[in-house]
Design a protein around this ligand. Structure first.
Ligand SMILES: [Zn+2]
Length: 172
C-alpha cells in the first residue's frame, strides 16, 4: 500500500506516492488523491500566499503527514478497492481528524509537557488552521485546546474498524 514494492506481503505494488512540492494548482492548502490499490496516489502541497514572501507547506511536516494520512485512511476504510468511503460530512470530518491525529502523534517528543498545545499547520497559519489545538491536558492560553483523549477515542474506534476491515478483506 502506497509503495512500489510490497515485498510479497500482500496488496498491489507500483503505487508509490507522487508528491508534488510547491504544486501550482492552488494556494493555502494541500490535498491527496487516493485511487484504488495498485494505482499511484498524488499528494499536492501548495504555497501559502497569506505571507510575504509566500510560505511553503512542504516545510510543515504535520501537513505532509496529514495528507499521507488521507491516503492510508482512504485505502483502509472500505478496503483497498473502495476508496470513496470518506467523501465529506461526518465521514470526511473523521478522515480529517484521523489525519490530524497522526500528524500530532508522530511529532511527539518525550520532553513535551502534557499541557502543550499542538496546533495543526502553525507554520503556515499562526495558531494553526483548525479552530482549536489538540492537547493531552487543557493547553495554556491563548490557544483553546481539544482534549487529546477525544482524539484517542476516535483513533481507537478507527483502529477497531481498521482491523475489522483487514480481517474481512483477507478472508473474502
Ligand atoms: Zn485533510
Amino acid at each position: 500500500m502506497l509503495q512500489e514494492n510490497n515485498f510479497e506481503l500482500g496488496g498491489l505494488g507500483d503505487d508509490g506516492v507522487q508528491a508534488n512540492a510547491q504544486d501550482g494548482a492552488g494556494f493555502n492548502n494541500a490535498n491527496f488523491a487516493t485511487p484504488v490499490d495498485g494505482q499511484r496516489p498524488r499528494c499536492r502541497m501548495y504555497l501559502w500566499n497569506n505571507h510575504d514572501p509566500f510560505l511553503d507547506g512542504d516545510f510543515d511536516s504535520g501537513i505532509i503527514i496529514h495528507e499521507i494520512g488521507h491516503g492510508v485512511s482512504n485505502r483502509l476504510t472500505g478496503g483497498p478497492n473502495i476508496v470513496g468511503c470518506l467523501p465529506g460530512g461526518q465521514s470526511g470530518g473523521m478522515g480529517e481528524g484521523w489525519s490530524d491525529w497522526w500528524a500530532i502523534a508522530l511529532q511527539q517528543q518525550e520532553s513535551f509537557p502534557p499541557n502543550m498545545a499542538f496546533p495543526m499547520g502553525d507554520y503556515v497559519v499562526a495558531g494553526g488552521i483548525r479552530i482549536c489545538a489538540c492537547s493531552l491536558l487543557p493547553a495554556a492560553p491563548p490557544l483553546p485546546a481539544c482534549r487529546l483523549y477525544v482524539c484517542l477515542l476516535f483513533c481507537l474506534h478507527y483502529l477497531v474498524c481498521l482491523f475489522g476491515a483487514a480481517a474481512y478483506s483477507t478472508t473474502v
